[in-house]
Write a protein that binds this ligand. Structure first.
Ligand code: FAD
Length: 243
């Protein structure tokens, strides 16, 4: 990520919809085409292997035959021309807490015989409206930039289980993860509604500390690691103090 737009996160709109933070990345089209965790070399592989996962290995974009497998100067020049023109715009949307979003034990077991996690996960209307606002802003930014799209990767697949519809938008929307796992053993002052206190110490078991981003009571727009590191240091001081 080379840049970001972080100052659209707050305002009166938050009474109506979730906020988002925008990141601008120059790691090319990996996440856009391959999904989060997609191969960052997706365009490169296309031109080495003669495939077209990126949608760029076509006659129109390269002046070559469709799905060319290139090498040498042709490969170098084509990649230099394409990859230097790729960028990613992404929206990290906050999520309101939902008690039905849970991680419980599944009856299915893994290769070690341990029960697999069973994840119930849904988005609130508040969060969906934030994603819709992000979608509208993306369209606005692209139109101001004069971007025309030959390959539109914003279409949502019919069988996407995460797809949802929003009034006023003529296509279904969906979302991908950012790897920012937060919540479940949340922090709070009330043992009825939280698992740990502000020192990440279990309400039920004073000799047990649960350290990590699982203690976040909700999910904002920002990446969690700096905050969870600060909390870990605070917890360590508290443990040392209590020893
Ligand atoms: C692809 C990706 C990109 C990311 N990029 C960023 C970023 O740019 N900026 C940012 O701030 N955050 C980023 N994050 C998020 C950040 O890495 C996580 O939020 C953070 O690492 C969570 O820390 P944690 O200590 O809560 O959990 P973890 O780091 O997941 O630690 C949990 C530990 O518990 C261990 N464990 C699990 N089960 C058991 C068990 N039964 N017994 C013993 N040990 C067990 C695991 O092996 C693991 O070591 C990213 C995450 C991913 C996946």
């Amino acid at each position: 990520m080379t840049s970001a737009i972080g100052d659209l996160c707050d305002g009166p709109f938050r009474a109506q919809r979730a906020a988002f933070r925008i990141s601008l990345g120059n790691e090319a089209w990996s996440a856009v085409v391959g999904g989060t965790g997609g191969d960052p070399h997706i365009t490169t592989l296309d031109f080495i292997n003669g495939t077209n996962v990126s949608g760029l290995n076509t006659k129109n974009s390269t002046q070559l035959a469709d799905s060319s497998a290139l090498f040498g100067a042709g490969l170098r020049d084509t990649l230099g021309n394409l990859i230097s023109r790729q960028f990613r715009i992404a929206f990290a949307v906050e999520q309101s807490p939902d008690r039905n979003n849970q991680v419980t034990l599944s009856s299915a077991t893994d290769a070690l015989g341990l029960q697999r996690p069973k994840i119930a996960y849904n988005l609130s209307d508040y969060t969906k409206q934030g994603i819709a606002a992000a979608f509208r802003l993306k369209k606005l930014i692209f139109s101001k930039l004069g971007v025309t799209s030959e390959q539109d990767f914003t279409k949502t697949a019919d069988d996407d289980p995460a797809a949802f519809a929003v009034d006023g938008i003529d296509q279904k929307l969906t979302y991908g993860g950012a790897g920012h796992v937060m919540g479940t053993y949340r922090m709070g002052t009330d043992p009825k509604t939280s698992v740990v206190d502000s020192f990440q110490r279990s309400h039920d078991h004073p000799n047990l500390y649960l350290v990590g981003s699982g203690t976040f009571p909700t999910v904002g727009t920002a990446n969690p690691t700096i905050t969870l590191s600060a909390l870990a240091l605070r917890t360590a001081e508290n443990i040392a103090h209590n020893l």
